[in-house]
Design a protein around this ligand. Structure first.
Ligand SMILES: *Cc1c(COP(=O)(O)O)cnc(C)c1O
Length: 761
């Protein structure tokens, strides 16, 4: 094979660096495989960090390695596919939201969860924001994200000798992250400032490239700021309400200032939860500065803003005392030129009540042109909750709608699942078509496997196919790459066809995924145990069973999510775990908020059971829940358990990730699952109703949970035919693909936001 000349090498190396600096690679399997192979151990130890890998592997080594023609070809293909992604045209956004191209949506969120290497999310809210940005990129709508660059991120969890959660922080190194400094015209860091309390707080910004869209992360860690202000961007939701209000001023007011400094003029400001609501005050200030009335500034600001509320839990709504607001806004208020009474009133249900604290959700509701909750039931609950703000209107008339959450499907598929679909959709799809006697189709599929849709447009085979059988399917297929296609029901209907994928193949994939989870879990437990180095002895070789029905539970340990609920029927659960023929086992993970004692007690209780009870070896708790653990668990478990106290789960998203990987949901009919469950695509706990009394609810739910588990789930999972395949179980997996994956995706969700809220007709 001919060796590469210098110019070609330069191009490949530069291309690989460009790819590493864009989070696109986090949802591209081929790119990940290349980074992983460059340094397999580094990939594991650096926690799947493409930027760090390119520091670990020297430039010299990289150039030597690229003399391997096969690797060079693969790199060339990945870089080309990245460029094609960035330049694809026309896009959904071109067609459906052309006005956003020049005047984008500015999406403000206190947290963004993109990947395990950038841990600046505390939970589902941030993960949703990250998935929103990824799908905004896929669809190509005009979009910029705004958040904070927390230099120590969200806390890392360990568990001490008393099984008590303890928190520690690692400093992030921007040089090893897919972010770049935002520079001014002189090539120096762009500096903006916000008035907070009595000071001018200066900040710079980092730009995370999420495919085609930027997300700007504000960073107050500048030497000229006093320490307390530098620390505003230290931890996600760090400190007391003092820190909190100042963080939110930085986010809301600072975010608008940064956009102006970058000359980005959004047509709509989207507040993802109330944390960002101070942006409305800065928008008002701008208008008042140009000499208008408060009423006019308010009306025009309202016309620019939309708001998504995310929780029916009281403590989830930020509230600040009027004194604190007065203090934190001391300087800013003078510029705003709104009397303090009027300012506080914007955050009060009853403006005249001097005792009522200032609520960020109230501010956001009063200053947005539309507001939405994140599932149908949550919409209902939110309308009841905020009816007080709309005197004279019935609950149904309260102007809060709903758009149910989704997930960025491709990003949540585990590697083997992506590879599975890739294989099915290239060579095997061609064979499939050939055996069905569709020779034309076979040629088409082969072509499709080799090229993207743009080249296809010039091929006669393509047009012949558009005319052919299964027209709707082919038309869709012809318009998009398989990745965008993931959001369509037709796609999943075709894939879930038993003639295309056999039960055996799905079952083999499920086994592979379970094994990956269990091996990962054993390794993690070994590390957890080593670190503790106390006397307890767990036999790692006998920990968990590769054939057992594996039930997963992982999420924030907020008490309303009731992590230990399943262990209420303790004796019976132990019996199920020890059943020789039909064993059940449990994998748990999750963090409690650092100040949530009750949540920490839940963690303690579960770890205690895993170490000292009859569940030893059948129950494990993996420390330090994050995106990587989430992806491994939602794919490797057979059943995904969710038992929140209804109706407190606004939506939930982890179950959507599970469905996409062939793991079946087992959940209370709350949030998204209430909309998704159809009797066949997973399992329900109880009915579409709940009682008010909390203890009564816990008792009923626990009973229903146990009944569904023993009467439906275990028998179905273990009902095998002579080949050992659980046909009914697999039928459910197929049905879940079709009914859940396309619908509960951020692809669908961002389209809905765009059409209903960003560019309404
Ligand atoms: C998906 C996800 C969540 C949200 O899970 P829910 O079940 O919706 O609460 C939280 N944390 C991480 C790391 C996730 O990936």
């Amino acid at each position: 094979m001919k060796s590469l000349v210098k110019a070609e090498l330069d191009e490949l190396v530069a291309g690989l660096h460009r790819v590493s600096r864009n989070l696109w690679w986090t949802w591209d399997q081929e790119a990940q495989e290349i980074f992983g192979e460059l340094s397999p151990r580094g990939w594991q130890n650096l926690y799947h960090n493409a930027v760090a890998i390119l520091h670990e592997v020297s430039d010299y080594e990289l150039r030597v390695r690229l003399q391997d023609g096969v690797l060079a070809d693969r790199v060339r293909r990945v870089v080309a596919s990245f460029e094609a992604y960035l330049n694809e045209a026309p896009t959904w956004g071109d067609e459906h939201a052309p006005t956003l191209m020049e005047h984008p949506v500015a999406y403000f969120s206190a947290e963004f969860g993109f990947h395990e290497t950038l841990p600046i999310a505390a939970g589902g809210l941030g993960i949703l924001a990250g998935d929103h940005a990824k799908s905004a990129s896929d669809l190509d709508i005009g979009f910029v994200g705004i958040s904070l660059f927390y230099r120590e991120g969200y806390f890392q969890q360990t568990v001490d000798a008393n099984n008590w959660q303890t928190e520690f922080y690692d400093r992030l190194n921007p040089a090893n992250l897919p972010v770049e400094p935002v520079l001014d015209m002189h090539g120096q860091p762009l500096i903006c400032e916000v008035d907070i309390a009595l000071s001018k707080v200066r900040f710079k910004a980092w730009r995370a490239n999420v495919g085609r869209v930027p997300v700007y992360l504000l960073d107050a860690d500048l030497p000229e700021n006093e320490q307390a202000h530098r620390d505003l961007t230290l931890h996600v939701y760090g400190g007391d309400s003092n820190t909190r209000i100042m963080q939110e001023m930085l986010l809301g007011i600072g975010g608008v200032k940064l956009l102006r400094a970058l000359d980005v003029q959004p047509s709509v400001f989207h507040m993802n939860e109330g944390h960002a609501a101070f942006l409305t005050l800065e928008l008002m200030r701008e208008k008042l500065e140009h000499g208008t009335t408060v009423a006019d500034a308010l009306a025009r600001t309202k016309a620019e803003c939309v708001f998504t509320t995310h929780t029916p839990v009281e403590a989830g709504h930020d509230r600040f005392s009027a004194e604190l607001l007065d203090f934190a806004m001391h300087k800013f208020r003078a510029q705003l030129r709104v009397p303090f009474e009027d300012l506080v009133a914007l955050g009060r249900v009853n403006p005249k009540n001097p005792k009522e604290p200032f609520c960020m959700t109230v501010l956001a509701l009063k200053l947005s042109r539309s507001a939405n909750a994140v599932s149908e039931l949550h919409g209902q609950v939110s309308r009841e909750m905020w009816q007080c703000l709309y005197p004279g209107r019935s609950v149904a008339e309260v102007p809060i709608g709903h758009i149910t959450n989704g997930v960025h499907t491709l990003g949540w598929l585990k590697g083997p699942v992506r590879k599975f679909w890739r294989r099915k959709l290239s060579d095997e799809a061609a064979q499939h078509a050939a055996t069905k006697g569709l020779e034309q189709d076979a040629a088409f599929w082969q072509l499709k496997a080799k090229s993207n849709w743009k080249t296809l447009l010039n091929r006669p085979e393509f047009w012949e196919n558009v005319d052919g059988k299964e027209t709707a399917f082919w038309q869709l297929k012809s318009k998009t790459t398989w990745k965008t296609f993931l959001n369509t029901r037709e796609f999943w209907e075709n894939l879930a066809d038993p003639e295309f994928i056999s039960d055996e193949e799905i079952w083999a994939l499920r086994y592979q995924l379970r094994r990956e989870l269990l091996e990962f879990t054993r390794r993690r437990l070994l590390l957890q145990h080593q670190r503790l180095a106390h006397g307890d002895f767990i036999r790692f070789d006998s920990l968990l069973n590769n054939d057992a029905l594996t039930i997963g539970f992982a999420r924030r340990f907020a008490t309303y999510k009731r992590a230990p609920l399943i262990f209420q029927q303790f004796e019976s659960i132990v019996r199920l775990a020890h059943d020789q023929k039909r064993p059940v086992q449990f994998v748990f993970a999750g963090k409690a908020h650092p100040r949530d004692e009750a949540g920490k007690r839940f963690i303690q209780q579960i770890i205690h059971l895993s170490k000292y009870s009859g569940l030893q070896g059948h129950l494990v708790f993996i420390e330090n829940y994050d995106v990587h653990i989430a992806r491994t668990m939602v794919s490797g478990c057979d059943v995904w358990l969710n038992n929140p106290r209804r109706p407190l789960e606004a939506s939930g998203t982890s179950g959507m990730k599970a469905a996409a990987n062939g793991c079946l949901n087992f959940s209370i009919l709350d949030g998204w699952w209430r909309e998704a469950y159809d009797g066949q695509n997973g399992f329900a706990i109880g009915a579409d109703a709940h009682v008010k009394d909390v203890e009564e609810q816990d008792r009923i739910d626990s009973e229903n949970l146990f009944r569904t588990l023993t009467e439906e789930i275990i028998p179905c999972f273990y009902r095998r035919d002579e080949l050992g395949v659980p046909r009914e179980w697999i039928a459910k997996i197929r049905h879940a693909f079709v009914t859940i994956v396309p619908q509960f995706s951020t692809g669908r969700m961002v389209q809905e936001y765009t059409e209903k809220y960003y560019v309404p007709e």
